[in-house]
Design a binder for this molecule. Structure first.
Ligand code: 3PG
Length: 212
């Protein structure tokens, strides 16, 4: 898959809803319920981070949920890419970008939303053909003001800011012309997941789905 095709696919995922839930799943047995709750609230694109032993099984479970589009986050190595693809992930997200990781995603036909934190990183990815990128860690990097400033000289790159984004500041990003969507974990808080409060999570998703 070319970087251009990967960016087209990543843009499609980002435009499904204003928010991509970033999920850290400790127990794969609740993954399908969690995915159903988020999809029911209007957030179909889901990122499961590869940070827990249950993550790949969670992706497998979520990939079977109707209406959901499941990706793997925290891709760091070529093996992560292969594992994510085998588990059924249809897109990938990474905190940063290395040539090794980009090569692996392209070779495995996994559309990647590659992480970038600076203008130089965004330019490097753009040189390779990636026009859709993740701005990470968004708030720690200067937030919406920084992303807006990057957009002035590099308007052709569109972003999904992630990291410290919440209901409070999501609108600041979504108002930017270079922001397609935001990523965030606030729609699936640990207490609600542990309690199996799926209705509560659907309500949070619905609130997030209305953001613009
Ligand atoms: C992450 O990598 O954990 C994401 O960027 C989500 O960050 P958040 O928990 O601040 O939403």
């Amino acid at each position: 898959m070319t970087p251009q095709d990967a960016s087209t696919a990543a843009a499609k995922v980002c435009l499904m809803a204003p928010v991509v839930p970033v999920l850290v799943v400790d127990d794969a047995s609740i993954a399908a319920d969690l995915a159903r709750a988020l999809v029911a609230g209007g957030l179909p694109a889901l990122e499961v981070t590869l940070r827990t032993p249950a993550a790949l099984d969670a992706i497998r479970e979520m990939a079977a949920v109707p209406g959901g589009v499941v990706g793997a986050g925290t891709l760091l190595t070529p093996k992560d890419v292969e594992d994510a693809k085998a588990a059924g992930a249809t897109f990938g997200v990474s905190p940063g970008a290395t040539d090794l990781l980009l090569d692996a995603c392209e070779a495995n036909d996994l559309p990647l939303l590659p992480g970038t934190a600076t203008a130089s990183e965004a330019m490097r990815l753009l040189e390779r053909g990636y026009t859709v990128q993740k701005f990470f860690p968004a708030e720690a990097n200067g937030g919406a003001a920084a992303l807006k400033a990057i957009g002035a000289p590099i308007p052709q790159v569109k972003f999904c800011p992630t990291g410290g984004v919440s209901l409070k500041n999501a609108r600041d990003y979504l108002a930017l012309s270079n922001t397609l969507c935001v990523g965030g974990s606030w729609v699936a808080p640990k207490d609600k997941v542990l309690a199996g409060d799926w209705a509560g999570i659907t309500a949070l998703a619905a609130e997030a789905a209305k953001l613009s």
